[in-house]
Design a protein around this ligand. Sequence first.
Ligand code: SUG
Length: 445
Amino acid sequence: MNHAVEANADGLIGPTHNYAGLSPGNLASERNRGAVADPRAAALQGLRKMARVADLGLPQFVLPPHDRPDLAFLREIGFSGDDAAVVARAWRETPVLASAAFSASSMWAANAATVTPSADSPDGRLHLTPANLVSNLHRSLEPEQTTRALRRMLPDPERFAVHAPLPARPHFADEGAANHVRLCAEHGAPGVNLFVWGREAYAPWTGRFPARQTREAFQAVARRHGTGRAIFPRQCARAIEAGAFHNDVVCVGVRTALLFHEAAFEDTAGLKAAVRTAAHGLFEPVFIEVSEAELPLDEAIRSYLFNSQLLQVPGRDRLVLLAPVEVQESPQARAAAERIASGNGPIGEVAYVDVRQSMRNGGGPACLRLRLVMTDAELAAANPAQRFTPELHATLRAWVQRRYRDRLAETELADPALIAEGREALDELTTILGLGGDFYPFQRA
Ligand code: SUG
């Protein structure tokens, strides 16, 4: 067995962060539609979270934001002229499509890809399939650039297989690691992979809100990665109905611990049996179930308790639950968190982090990061300029302070100056993160 650790790659929050209410079934996004955003504060909050995790001794990487507005998309749907004309006409004629082109949604890196560590893949490579995100227009604009970003961060094809996204069809609707959990004895040991899906491609879906992940998508991902010990539990329809648009809104797991709300899965008994069977001979899973009586589903979703990062900190026996401050502010969620971390279970501590700007769009601490279980050799092969250090933190902080606006209302997105501001900022970022001079579409034009 190779020694491995859990690394996190967080999406750096981009200069057009705003609240457009683009995601039906994501209650925070719907509720905050039209609110005034603070992109600078958002990016700084994200960086502070990265620093928190890096300070605990976990390898941390930074994924670059995408170039927004997505002018190629706007041109594809018929807007023409120079860039300013394209954007002006899009806002005038189809504001809902314009706002999709401006979304900074690539920040939610848990939706960047699904990951199979080398310990679970037959060819010994680390496999990633970027998510096609076809369920929401604004998010469907991400996969191409995300694929490029992952290939820059993990450049060695002998070690890393960054696949193409699945076919962009509703049958293969895929939201990436937000619906995947890996349990194991130790990171470098073989794991059990839970691929949680909401609907079947050929079954009618009658829910009020979309089920974003199909079973067929995850079966295809597991097939192409050759993922070992894959099981396919179904998300509970009631959870989707209540606003759990991804499984990571009601469940998080790492090592032997699976923490979830009683309403997370369609068949909890079946899930436990399947995990036990798959883990047989490897480890004894620990199920930490939070009941409706302890924390009603609605409050779980409002507070985002389950969207915490569950971290194995070097030198500590028990796991740290890094929860959003909204949990601390909810008496019921906080009591549940404290109960979970007391006693002799695998979770020993709760800590809180402020990512409020992202939370208002339904993106908690766990949404902002993509987990990558990596061996020492794989870590050494990743792009070192994207590795988070105190120096990189200082550089990025200064860059954000210099380049980002501290207020962005939806009407202000139409300001033509925003296009050049964003590009100048991102052009500088490619140097900081060692991404090369051809990383963004505007650099290749
Ligand atoms: O896809 N919000 C994102 C939040 C993603 C959270 N990710 C995880 N749960 N892993 C989404 O719904 C809202 C954008 C807006 O409304 O402006 C948005 O896209």
